[in-house]
Each structure stands twice: as structure tokens, then as C-alpha cells.
Design a protein around this ligand. Sequence first.
Ligand SMILES: [Mn+2]
Length: 450
Amino acid sequence: MVSQVFDCPFVPSHAAWRAEYGETQGLCASVGSAAPVALDFWQDWRRHPREPFMSVADAAIARVHAGLDRLEIEVPSWGFADTGTRFGKFMQDAAALTLEDKLDDAAEVHRVTGCCPSVAVHVLWDFEDLSNPAPSAALAADRGLRIGSINPNVFQDQCYRLGSVANPDASVRRRAIEHLLHSVEIGRAVGSDLLSLWFADGTNYPGQGHLRRRKRWFEEALREVHDAMPASMTMLVEYKPFEPAFYHTDIADWGMAAAFARAAGPQAKVLVDTGHHLPGQNIEHLVAFLMDEGMLGGFHFNDRHYADDDLTVGSIDPYRIFRILLEIVQAEHDLGGPLSVAYMIDQSHNLKPKIEAMIQTVDMVQSLMAKALLVDLAALDDARERGDVVDAERCLVDAFATDVRPILAGWRERRGLPVDPIADHRAHGHAERAAASRLPRKSSGGGSYA
Ligand SMILES: [Mn+2]
């Protein structure tokens, strides 16, 4: 049904639609009742009394399309594998086992979205031969992709029970640092410029660890790794308030991450995982603060209701993600150019089919970015200067309430992409083929607990 809507000439160009059908003719008359998307969009704009429909729409659509042209979103290899909670895993027939499988799935996401050319890799889960990672870059290139952020793993081995670079045992700290240094070399070998660091280090009980000593071990480790990076590489330092540690976590929030990044060196920045905050945290505020300090490195997109739930981004609170993206849109507007921010997904789905969930995520990020780009920044500034709190808020709410699906469809048509990427993916048969080829291999294991 929806595809009929997107076939409507209204979608790629309002001007073309008006020329053909006339400004006063309702869209429902031309495509019938199967037009909920475009009809909503039409009615939404017609109800706006503040601006003439065409002038606002054309300018806004051009702005959104240009913004979407710049938006690349990295998918995580672990999002395609069987994963679970600590209570168990629900296996999916089509879930990926090998790096090749994961790259095949990432290529399918990129085929239908056109904006996901890079794949984040997890060192222990994705490289069978850590001494020879270079062939993985060719595997990615064969599929029109590239290897994105390198994610070391210093939380899984038994020796890390009491921490990695903050372990009280110097030999364990050294082992963790060597793995991080090896990860830098892996990045160099596969042409990646992002080293993405998350540590499970922390303690479960008061008195268990010497907090300041652990802080200094972290500073020393990050500095050593930073110094080994090529000039093109960025170190991303991720934080998380708790889990797996339940009393204290060594990098518990964005301020600590920023302090550690500063101590490490100029190529280290903060990675904001949207699910890694305590309830009530104003994420867009800390994002604005980090940008102004030149310390924002990138995002791990996901959503949460309670803790680090790894739900689909925007599924719980799309307005929050919109506000975060709006801070970036404003910063780039003030700067007069794009910021260097890595947009990455950190989700692993148990219930949704993994590729569909990833496509849905990309679509949500694009939609919320489109809404953020629709905010009239001049009107917003004017309202602020007049001290008009209501008008200022209305600038945000009006943009957020706009149905951007037809604008997104127009962008996709312009790029030769399917206007409904999930429907196209389902019709393409990738999941069925993947299940047929992977199910016989399932007994050999695979997956992770990401
Ligand atoms: Mn993350």
C-alpha cells in the first residue's frame, strides 16, 4: 500500500506535483485512500498558517536533502550475530556467524539505505587470525564496504575479572594495553581511522579498588595507546555509569571520559552512547558542551527505557534523539561547515530480525535528522532574543511534528534507492538465503553477548 504513495509525483518534487495536479486538488483525489503518508504531509503543510506552503517546503526540503547527503551511519558487526542477555539467547536462523556473513548483512543494509558504507568490528569476535587482519579489508571492499571503528575487547577473558587497564595486577594491565596496541595495528592494517574504546573496568563493592590509583592506571594506558596511533586515527573514549560493575565504574560519565581523553592526547575524543546515562541526564546539553570543548568524537545510537537496553534508537524517546541532533545541526550552522562526528549504531537485537532492525534504525536516524534540519534556526534565534519562550519551543515542536517520510522518500528516489527499504529488503530474499546457508553451520557456535 505504501509503495503506491511513493509512486505519486508529489513525493520527489512539490513543484512538479503542483504543476500536474494544481495547488487546490487534494492528494487523495489522485491516488485514493492508499495515500496516508503523502496525505498527512500535504495536510500538515496546508494547516501551517505561518508560511506559504511552497516556499517553506522547497527551502526546507533542499536543506534536509543536503544534510542527508552528508549523513553516514556505521553499522556494528555484532548487530548481525546471535546475541542475548545474561539469561539466554534467542537464536535466529539468519544470524551471521563469520565476518563474511556480517559483511554480507551490512552490505544488504547499505544496498537499501545507501548511507551505511562502513562496519564497526569487534576484535575478538570478528578476526579469526589476529596476526593477519588485512584480508578483512578486502572482504569489505568486495562488498562495497569498508572496515570502520576498531573495537578492542578487554572485558571477556578470564584474566579481566578484576579489570583490564585498571586491574590491580600489573601483568594483566600490560596484557590489556598490548591488546589495545595490537588493535591500533589492526586499524592501520585494515585502513580504519577509529579506535573505539569501551572498558568494563569497575568494582562491585566499596573498598574493592583504590579509585585514584585506578584513575592513574587508566591515564597511563590511554596515553601509551594514543602515542602509538597514526596521525590519522582518532581514539574514542566511551563511558557508562554501571554494568557490569555495580558499585563504581572507572569511566562512569562524559566528564570523566573527556578528562581521560584530554590526558591521552589531542586525537582522543568522547564517544556518547545514547543508552549510557543515568535517568534524567540531559544528553543534548552534554553533547553541546562537548562540541564546544572540541571533545565530541561520535555516537553509539540506541535507545533505553531503564538501563543500557540497546533498543532501537528513537523507539522509546524520539524527541530526545531529535534534540541531540538539533544541537549538532545548530553547531554546524554556527560553524559554517560539518563537524567531524562519527555516527555509529550500537544495538544487538534479540526479538527483531537483525537486518530489518538495522534498516529501521537507519531510517529513524535519518528521519530525526531530517526533523532537526527542518528547525527554522533564524526564527529560533529571534524568539530567544525576544525572550519568547513559547515561540522558541514551537520552533522545535513544529519541526518535530512534521511528517518527513515524503521528504525522505524523495531523497531516496533521487539517489536511486528503494523508497521503502524494509519492504525492499523483505522482497529481496536476503534473509531466506542467509538462513539456508547459515543454519547448517550453527552447531559450530558463534555470536556474542553484546
Ligand atoms: Mn556503545
